[in-house]
Design a protein around this ligand. Structure first.
Ligand code: ATP
Ligand code: MG
Length: 155
């Protein structure tokens, strides 16, 4: 279904903003007010953004920020929208990074036990994005932050 990514992202930002304010983390969307239309199930796509944003909030200490941007990309010769979600949080050690999309994988039980999830969010996100001819990747630096990039073909 044709779905505008900016609309979905704004909905998720609105939903998570009270939590962000409480945690003193800024949620910032940097893209211009234009449309980026991709062919996906909007509810499942919203879940993907919700997971990425709530992860970022969970692992970013107060005073930090989460920046959401959308840029043009290309993948297998087709035009893509690339959504980036960049936090200034604790980061993920390089040796753990290859496993974050695995089912039930959590980097460190202790650090997130109190508000812990199942370790499924990123696995579900990757499955969904790839099923829609897209891709998801992560870059991270311990102590500096983490960036997830979600690429989806434009309609
Ligand atoms: P669930 O999403 O099922 O509620 P979860 O959030 O623990 O549980 P994932 O979303 O799959 O699971 O994330 C897997 C692991 O990757 C997390 O437990 C966390 O250790 C690490 N992680 C994910 N996002 C970030 C981030 N932005 N900064 C630091 N670590 C992260
Ligand atoms: Mg999660």
């Amino acid at each position: 279904r044709p779905t505008d990514l900016v609309t979905l992202i704004d909905q998720m930002i609105d939903r998570l903003n009270p939590l962000a304010v409480e945690q003193q983390v800024a949620l910032v969307r940097t893209t211009a007010q234009q449309t980026w239309t991709v062919n996906v199930d909007p509810h499942r796509m919203a879940q993907v953004f919700y997971n990425l944003l709530s992860n970022a909030l969970r692992y970013t200490p107060s005073g930090g920020s989460i920046t959401i941007g959308i840029a043009h990309g290309e993948q297998a010769q087709s035009d893509c929208a690339v959504v980036s979600i960049a936090d200034t949080g604790m980061g993920i050690p390089p040796e753990k990074l290859p496993y974050v999309f695995d089912r039930f994988y959590r980097v460190e039980e202790a650090r997130s036990r109190h508000n812990g999830g199942m370790g499924l969010g990123l696995a579900i996100a990757k499955e969904f994005v790839e099923a829609n001819e897209g891709s998801i990747s992560v870059q991270s630096t311990v102590g500096r932050g983490t960036t997830f990039n979600v690429s989806l073909p434009l309609t």
